[in-house]
Design a protein around this ligand. Structure first.
Ligand code: C2O
Ligand code: CU
Length: 459
C-alpha cells in the first residue's frame, strides 16, 4: 500500500530531480473541514457511543500538516445547527483569517462556509478550534492539531502529536449539557471527569527501546491545567507554544500545560521495562495519560539534540515599549462589585444575571475599544495582575509574547501564559502583525464570563 508519507517522499524526490525547491508552497491536509455531529466510542463497550461535534467526523479533527513557508487553504463548512468559526491558535497569520466571530469575520451560519487561506511563516505545533460559543463547541470536539514542519527537522523515529482533553460525561456516556453554568464560570471552569489523549482514554503507542520520539503535546481542554510527567522516557523540551527554545532544556521535573498551550519534547525510550508512560499527575499520584509499549530495539542512544531552527524573529524593544496595566478581577470568593459592560456600569447582580463574572480593568466582556492601540512595529509591555482566587491562562492572538523576568531579561516566546492567584508579572511583545487581536483567558468559561479584551495594531 502506498502510504501518504511515501507518496509525499516521492513527490519530494521528483521535485528535486526537476531542480525545484522541494518544500516551498507544499500543501497538505484536507481542502475541506466540515463541522458536524458524529458519534464516537469513548466509554467502554456496553455503554453507548458519545455524541460529539467534530471536523470531518474525526475526534480530534484531522491533524493538519504543512511545510514551513507553505500556505494553508481550507474551506470550513458548517453542518451544525449553530454558527461557528475556526481559530488557528498560535499562528502569526493574516488578521482576516483569525476566525473570531464579531471581530475578524461574521460567524459561519449553519449551511454556510468560509474559506481560510494564509501563509505559514513559522514552524511548530499549533492547533485549530472553534471560536464560536467555544465553551460548548470545543468541549463537544471541534478542535484538531496543526503542525508546521521545519525544512530541517530533527531526526526522530516517531513524530507523535498528543492532544490532551477532558470531557464531562453524564449518564448514557453523553456530555453533560450545562456548558454555560455559572458555577463553573465563576470557579476553575468546566473540568471534565474523563481525561483523553487523541480522543481516547489511555491510548497505546508501540515503540522500541532507544527510539527517539518527538512528542507534541497540545492542551485542548476547556479549563483543565495538566501536570504531566514521564516514566521510562527522558529528554528535552524543544519548543513552547510552537516557538523553538534557543537551547533544548533537559526535562527534570513535571511539566505544566495550561489550556491552549503546547510543549514539543524530544524524548528517548530509556526504560528497561516493557512499558513507558506519559503520566498525568494528580495530588494522589500519577495516572497513565498515554502508554508506550516498548519492544526491544537495536539502536544505540543518540547524542543530545541540536536546537530547532529559529522562526522569523521580531525583536522586542523593552525600553521603548508602550506600557499598559491589566487588572484581572472577579470570580467566586472575590465577586465583582460593579463593572462596565459595553459602556454601561452594571452592578454585580446585573452582571451575574448576564453571566458576567470576570473583568479586565473593570470591563466585563470585550469593549468596543481596544485595551491598547499601537502602530505596527511598536512594542507593548503589559503589566498583568491576577487579583482573583483562580488561575488563568492568558492567550494573545496573532503574536507571541515573552515574559519579562524580574531581572529585566525576556523569557521564551509563548502565546499563552498561566497565572497563579495573586500573581503579578509582565509580558512584552513586538506588535508586528496589524489587526485586532484578542487577549483573553483560555479557560473558555472564563472568557465567556467576561475575561477578554483585544489589542489593536494599526498598519
Ligand atoms: Cu485558542 Cu482565542 O483562542
Ligand atoms: Cu481564567
Amino acid at each position: 500500500m502506498l502510504s501518504r508519507r511515501r507518496f509525499l517522499h516521492s513527490l519530494t524526490a521528483s521535485a528535486a530531480l526537476l531542480g525545484l525547491p522541494a518544500r516551498a508552497g507544499a500543501e497538505a491536509g484536507p481542502a475541506i473541514l466540515a463541522a458536524g455531529p458524529s458519534r464516537h466510542r469513548i466509554a467502554p463497550e456496553g455503554l453507548p457511543e458519545t455524541d460529539l461535534w467534530t471536523f470531518n467526523g474525526s475526534f480530534p479533527g484531522p491533524e493538519l500538516r504543512f511545510a514551513q513557508g507553505g500556505r494553508l487553504a481550507c474551506r470550513v463548512e458548517n453542518r451544525l445547527e449553530a454558527p461557528t468559526a475556526v481559530h488557528w491558535h498560535g499562528l502569526r497569520l493574516d488578521n482576516a483569517m483569525d476566525g473570531v466571530p464579531g471581530v475578524t469575520q461574521a460567524p459561519i451560519l449553519p449551511g454556510e462556509e468560509f474559506d481560510y487561506a494564509f501563509d505559514l511563516p513559522d514552524a511548530g505545533t499549533y492547533w485549530y478550534h472553534s471560536h464560536a460559543q467555544s465553551v460548548e463547541q470545543v468541549e463537544r470536539g471541534l478542535y484538531g492539531a496543526l503542525i508546521v514542519e521545519e525544512a530541517e527537522a530533527p531526526e526522530v523515529d516517531r513524530d507523535l502529536t498528543l492532544v490532551l482533553d477532558d470531557i464531562r460525561m453524564a449518564r448514557g456516556a453523553q456530555l453533560a449539557g450545562d456548558f454555560d453554568n455559572l458555577h463553573d464560570r465563576a470557579h476553575a471552569g468546566r473540568i471534565g471527569n474523563v481525561v483523553l489523549t487523541n480522543g481516547a482514554p489511555e491510548p497505546r503507542y508501540e515503540v522500541r527501546r532507544n527510539d527517539r520520539l518527538r512528542l507534541r503535546l497540545v492542551n485542548a481542554a476547556n479549563a483543565r491545567i495538566f501536570e504531566l510527567g514521564l516514566y521510562g522516557l527522558s529528554g528535552w523540551v524543544m519548543a513552547l507554544d510552537g516557538m523553538p527554545l534557543a537551547a533544548p532544556q533537559a526535562l527534570t521535573g513535571p511539566m505544566v500545560l495550561a489550556p491552549g498551550q503546547r510543549i514539543d519534547l524530544i524524548v528517548d525510550v530509556t526504560t528497561a521495562e516493557d512499558e513507558a508512560f506519559l503520566l498525568h499527575l494528580e495530588r494522589n499520584g500519577g495516572y497513565a495519560q498515554a502508554v508506550f509499549g516498548v519492544a526491544p530495539g537495536a539502536g544505540a542512544r543518540r547524542p543530545d539534540p541540536a536546537p530547532l531552527p529559529p522562526n522569523p524573529e521580531f525583536p522586542i524593544d523593552l525600553a521603548g515599549a508602550v506600557p499598559q496595566r491589566v487588572l484581572m478581577s472577579g470570580g467566586a470568593m472575590r465577586p465583582l462589585g460593579e463593572a462596565i459592560h459595553q459602556g454601561e456600569v452594571l452592578t454585580g447582580r446585573e452582571l451575574t444575571d448576564r453571566g458576567l463574572v470576570w473583568a479586565l480593568n473593570g470591563q466585563a466582556g470585550r469593549d468596543i475599544l481596544p485595551l491598547v492601540e499601537v502602530p505596527r512595529g511598536a512594542s507593548v509591555r503589559l503589566g498583568l495582575a491576577n487579583d482573583t482566587a483562580f488561575r488563568h491562562a492568558m492567550h494573545l492572538h496573532g503574536m507571541h509574547f515573552a515574559q519579562v523576568r524580574p531581572d529585566g531579561t525576556l523569557g521564551p516566546l509563548r502565546d499563552t501564559l498561566l497565572m497563579a492567584p495573586d500573581e503579578t508579572t509582565e509580558i512584552a511583545f513586538a506588535a508586528h502583525n496589524p489587526g485586532d487581536w484578542l487577549f483573553h483567558c483560555h479557560m473558555l468559561g472564563h472568557h465567556a464570563g467576561g475575561m477578554g479584551t483585544f489589542i489593536r495594531v494599526t498598519a
